[in-house]
Write a protein that binds this ligand. Structure first.
Ligand code: ATP
Ligand code: MG
Length: 290
């Protein structure tokens, strides 16, 4: 699927012809390979926030892992900044559903953790000052951006869930990524904290010049944050709709245009489930905001 009208070169360009799992759960005979993603194309433009929504098990996390270079066993290609992804890239930062902080490292140590591995890699060193800057200074700069500079020397066990996820966001930005990959990053948080972290994500993207590809089940979150929303159907996972949001920030959930887009996303999800129920896969429908 082509994205919004092409501008600059995309940060991310994804084509997955097919992704199969041997003996995947949920269908087929035991041990038989099952196709979980098929015929799927999209891109992410500089500065864009793109959300992936779809039913549980449709392949969103699998897709994010391919994009992150954590799984190379598929037919297709992923290009980050025009270069093929062949493993975890310094230009992409990953945020999971849970913070995954190392308990034996301080908060600042967790943020800078990427430096120990990433900064040693030739591709990062070659980028010059960013690769050699003192890691603590960069960690403190990011902790300041997420409002936690005062907790730089605290231990992860001393943090609330929301604070820990702020640290995870800061860590993902450590290597100056051009793309943040986020898999349901706020789903474990209460509604109030979630909204604060959503705002923080937009700020981090702007301040660090990053795009974002976000997996979420929360339609309010998708509409609040995204420039585009990609809807997946399941069995196998395919893109069935692209909703272009095109509204200024901040977005009020009660605003008529926001309500209308949320309704369109919900309708697209409903149609995606009908597609899954046996109908042939529909071609991608692009729905633009009024
Ligand atoms: N390592 C694996 N081996 C076999 N099957 C897998 C593996 N990982 C995922 N699957 C299967 O692939 C399909 C897609 O899984 P995936 O985790 O990508 O879904 P998802 O859309 O992220 O779901 P959720 O919204 O519940 O997180 C599921 O049927 C799952 O059982
Ligand atoms: Mg998932």
């Amino acid at each position: 699927m082509s994205a919004a009208p092409a501008q600059a070169s995309p940060v991310l360009d994804v084509t997955v012809q097919r992704k199969r799992f041997a003996g995947a759960a949920g269908g087929g005979s035991p041990g038989a390979a099952r196709t979980v993603l098929e015929d799927l194309r999209f891109n992410v433009q500089p500065g864009e926030v793109v959300s992936l929504v779809g039913a549980s098990g449709c392949g969103k996390s699998t897709l994010l892992r391919l994009v992150a270079g954590l799984d190379a066993d598929y037919d297709g290609r992923v290009r980050l900044l025009g270069r093929p992804v062949r493993g975890p890239a310094a230009e992409a930062g990953f945020v999971f559903q849970e913070p995954r902080l190392f308990p034996w490292l301080s908060v600042a140590g967790n943020v800078a953790f990427g430096a120990s591995g990433a900064a040693a890699r030739p591709d990062v060193r070659a980028r010059g000052p960013a690769g050699v800057e003192p890691s603590r200074a960069r960690a403190l700069e990011l902790l300041d951006q997420v409002g936690l500079a005062h907790l730089a020397d605290a231990w992860p066990k001393q943090l609330s869930g929301g604070q820990a996820q702020r640290v995870a966001l800061a860590r993902a930005c450590f290597g100056h990524p051009r793309l943040l990959l986020l898999d349901e990053p706020f789903s474990a948080l209460d509604a109030f904290t979630r909204i604060k972290l959503q705002d923080l994500l937009l700020q981090l993207c702007r301040r660090n010049g990053a795009s974002a590809l976000l997996v979420t089940h929360d339609l309010d979150e998708a509409v609040r944050l995204s420039d585009r929303i990609l809807v997946l159907r399941a069995d196998p996972g395919r893109l069935v709709a692209e909703i272009v949001v095109g509204l200024p920030h901040p977005r009020d959930e009660d605003d008529a245009a926001v309500v209308q887009i949320r309704r369109r996303v919900r309708q697209a999800l409903r149609r995606a489930q009908e597609d899954t129920a046996g109908a042939p896969a529909a071609s991608v429908r692009v729905v633009r905001a009024p």
